[in-house]
Design a protein around this ligand. Sequence first.
Ligand SMILES: Nc1ncnc2c1ncn2[C@@H]1O[C@H](COP(=O)(O)OP(=O)(O)OP(=O)(O)O)[C@@H](O)[C@H]1O
Ligand SMILES: [Mg+2]
Length: 323
Amino acid sequence: MDEYTLKIEHLSSGFFTERGYVPAVDDVSLTIGKGQVVGVVGESGCGKSMIARSVMGLLKYPGRITGGSIALAGRELTGLTDRQLQPIRGRDMAMIFQEPMTSLNPVVPVGRQMREALLLHEDMSRAAAREEVIRMLSHVGISEPEKRYNAYPHELSGGLRQRVMIAMAMICKPKLLIADEPTTALDVTIEAQILRLIRDLSRETGMSVLLISHNLGVIAQMCDKVYVMYAGRIVEQADALTLFDRCAHPYTRGLMDSVIRLDASPRRLPAIGGVVPNLLRLPAGCAFAPRCPHAGEKCRAERPELDQIGPGHWCRCFEGRRS
Ligand SMILES: Nc1ncnc2c1ncn2[C@@H]1O[C@H](COP(=O)(O)OP(=O)(O)OP(=O)(O)O)[C@@H](O)[C@H]1O
Ligand SMILES: [Mg+2]
């Protein structure tokens, strides 16, 4: 058994478009240990969801994995056919999305949807499956689970729907839960509850979590380890304490400053000057150089490597300080 629930090595994936290859994820390596909550943070378009879709095997044409490896509990996933991936999705890894309405079937009561998901992967009677679904609904904090079992998605509030989606993802006790912006559509109090729920479930069951967010505040509350992405690449990685105490990359610093400034409305985009570069025309040097207050000659000419600058702390910057 591999020590990591998820081990991504040198993953590259992108889109083959008429205008050329769009490198959405470029040479990304990332590990999640058992029971760990690992965050990926970065601005819109930096490739966060592409990592999630690559792991889940949900990349659709013209998107494709172009290199690297993805191992789930030691089993290589790249190269598997959709048919081979089908039983792994749901049972060993599950994903929750930003908007539950897009992944819940609107015409089937939520309890029955969950029961079907369970019966697909587990050999059990319908009655036992129903019991298990009700137990799980109650476990994610849904009151009167017997009654909610028969509710249609539109009859539930946004917070309840999100809980149902988490319950649905958790029903087969996956080793890995991928949560892609799981709370962006919710108001702040529900957001806090949902995040606490994911965190508690992970602690109780040893489930590993990949949490994707553009919100550093959310990441800070939740994660053991954090990867910061910019233009398809990891630019900094560290355990959460180190990152929030002494981040080294100017981009991470920019994200941090914008969280502090925008504390009252954390959903607004970080206020870093300039825009994310077009992936089709990345600058020759560091991709962040055009927006970086510290960029020099070298940064514009050469691409920095991801260097270790402290224990468990890596940074892709010529100017990055040692932690
Ligand atoms: N069908 C497509 N063809 C070409 N490029 C695409 C396509 N879909 C997505 N991309 C590009 O892939 C890159 C990564 O997208 P991704 O969805 O992973 O971003 P993200 O970090 O999840 O952003 P967000 O925070 O907005 O969800 C983006 O720059 C996007 O423009
Ligand atoms: Mg996304």
